[in-house]
Each structure stands twice: as C-alpha cells, then as structure tokens.
Design a protein around this ligand. Sequence first.
Ligand SMILES: [Zn+2]
Length: 139
Amino acid sequence: MKKILKLQSWSKELRNSKKDSMKIIHKFVDFIPEKVEEGVLYISIEYCVAVHKCVCGCGNEVVTPLSPTDWELTFDGKSVSLSPSIGNWNLECKSHYFITRNKIRHARRWKDWEIEKGRKNDINNKENYFKKSMINHTL
Ligand SMILES: [Zn+2]
C-alpha cells in the first residue's frame, strides 16, 4: 500500500515538472468515445465538438464546442490549435491554458472579476452574432 502511494506522488511530481512542455495528441473521431484518455484531444467534425481531459490531471472532461462564437479549431495538416484559450472556471482546479499546435501552454489563472467579464463578453458576442445572422436571414 505504501509503495503505491509513493509511486502516485512521484508520478504527480513528474507530471508537474513536465507541465511547461506538455503535449496533447489529436484524434479525429466520428463519435467522442465513452472513455476519454488523458493527453488526447478528440475532435468530431460531424458534431462540431472537441473533448479532452483537463491537462492539470484532475480527471475532468472538458468539452469545447466548435462554432463561430465558441472555439475555433485550426488543423495545419500535422497539429491542431484551439482558440481562444481554455479556462476551466467551472472546475475546481480552475486551470487555464492554450492548446497551440498540440502543445499545452499554461496561462495565468484569472481573477474572479476577469472570469465574470469574460462571461459577459461571451454572451455579448453570441447575441451580436445571432442578431447578425437573423438580419442576414430576413434580407
Ligand atoms: Zn483540472
């Protein structure tokens, strides 16, 4: 029992020390599998969604919808990037990072007021987008 505990804390340390040079591999899939593996970004073009496990190791699944008002996925033939950054404010870990060309770059944790501001911006962007598309439809 002791040994296992030791091993776990060791692997955690290792993971922490590797944080700055972490990589994620991408997989294009039809369906997001039930068991999401760590370190893999699953992308379903059909469902316009990408799913991965939070890179901090907390085990939570992070779902990023792909749309003009959510995340933008860039595939350069070899690697993928997601934009904007991923802020897991709803998770306990509140981790914040970028996925750029399959590399994970950790970003600063936002302050509460910044999160709130970001949320409001998000809602505004969405409202503007849908207003615009409604105008386009009626024209
Ligand atoms: Zn996490």
